[in-house]
Design a protein around this ligand. Structure first.
Ligand code: ZN
Length: 387
């Protein structure tokens, strides 16, 4: 296991995509001499390597940059968001090295056994990875406790208070952390993606359900019970449509893909998917346009609230691949601009990206990578300080 200075060094080099010793010492607010011994240890242990950076003419001899060695550590990700469940092996740069899948059994003990049985296939021919395997992350739709080990509730899997991490550790011998899907995706973007250099950002994911997660001052904000970011069940319409959570008028009942498809059925539109509805809207079909406007307006309103509450450096919206350029996204953007305080309008960049088949499983693995690189401090400790 890394100590906190080594973690700080790896984190800084990862965020900056490579640092010289002088830059690293400045970042750590230490002398070059003080960082020389931990850097040497990490070079010897295979977490870092030295690369010559090429200077332009007249800029002196090339300086040596410290870089993350991708083969320095490996992590496994398991996504329980689809059937069959997906599994992947990633390296220290977040690159997927191998994939496997297994049956998504809703009995937690059998599920843990299925994961253990799928491991040999995943690690086949990966001797170095097996040796440098640092842990497993598991992502699912639901509430996860503050220790990232117990699924407090998952409507999709029909679970309440399932000690999933312990069951999987018993079956595999690996250190395991579980996480809610949107939070895992935010961690993945912070660790390996487009938010690497941001301290404060908010991610919103749109799919069958809607999720959000926040990084605040460089840490994933989980809240006292792990429930921070549950935008899907914020009330958007007082006395609106009953929601599966027991409330009424939640954002989930208006803007999730499931809700949009339900509204299309009520309008007698024969569409099997959101892209088909988008195509109808593009052809001028009035009911399709109305549904997408309603959904997009509500989602944009929810995101505008997030902007005013958090004031993040960036809003990242993760769309399903085939819906990223549709009317829905355009209305969301307009609705954000309309609903934020005029003084905030246009100040918060909103970036969109498409979820592909590797997204969730990489997000799962990034939970283990984040714990390895940042330690238990990687998550906010609001729960501890409040007790
Ligand atoms: Zn709800």
């Amino acid at each position: 296991m890394l100590n906190s200075l080594q973690r700080q060094i790896l984190g800084a080099i990862n965020s900056a995509a490579g640092l010289s010793r002088t830059e690293l010492a400045q970042f750590c607010r230490m002398s070059k001499a003080a960082i020389s011994s931990p850097v040497r240890e990490m070079l010897e242990a295979g977490y870092l390597f030295e690369a010559d950076s090429i200077n332009g003419p007249g800029q002196g001899r090339p300086s040596v940059k410290l870089m993350i060695r991708p083969q320095g550590a490996y992590f496994i990700g398991v996504s329980l968001l689809q059937e069959p469940a997906q599994m992947a092996l990633i390296n220290l740069k977040g690159e997927i090295i191998a994939r496997a899948c297994f049956a998504l059994n809703r009995d937690p003990t059998l599920l843990a056994e299925n994961i253990a049985h799928a491991l040999p296939e995943l690690l086949d021919g990966q001797a170095e990875a097996a040796e440098r395997l640092m842990g497993m992350g598991v992502t699912l739709s639901g509430f996860i406790d503050e220790t990232q080990s117990i699924c407090v509730q998952s409507a999709l899997l029909g679970w309440r208070n399932v000690a999933l991490a312990t069951l999987i550790t018993q079956a595999t011998g690996l250190e395991v952390f579980i996480e809610n899907d949107a939070k895992a995706l935010a961690v993945s973007e912070k660790r390996f993606g487009q938010a690497r250099d941001l301290e404060t950002f908010t991610l919103v994911s749109h799919g069958a359900g809607i999720g959000s997660a926040h990084f605040i001052a460089g840490k994933l904000h989980r809240g006292l019970h792990g429930g921070a970011g549950e935008i899907a069940h914020c009330t958007m319409e007082l006395n609106g449509t009953p929601c599966r959570c027991g409330k009424r008028g939640c954002l989930d009942t208006i803007a999730s893909v499931n809700a949009i498809m339900e509204m299309a059925r009520e309008e007698n539109l024969t569409v099997a998917s959101l892209p088909e509805l988008e195509r109808l809207a593009a052809n001028g079909q009035a009911a399709a346009i109305r549904i997408l406007h309603r959904a997009g307006s509500a989602l944009g309103l929810g995101i505008a609230h997030l902007i005013q509450i958090i004031d993040p450096s960036l809003i990242l919206i993760a769309w399903q691949e085939e819906t990223i350029d549709g009317l829905l996204g355009t209305v969301v953007q307009q609705s954000i601009e309309t609903n934020v305080l005029p003084g905030f309008a246009g100040l918060t960049p909103v970036r969109t990206f498409a979820i592909n088949q590797d997204t969730w499983v990489r997000a799962a693995a990034s939970i283990a990578a984040h714990r390895f690189l940042d330690g238990p401090e990687s998550i906010n400790d609001g729960a501890k300080s409040a007790r």
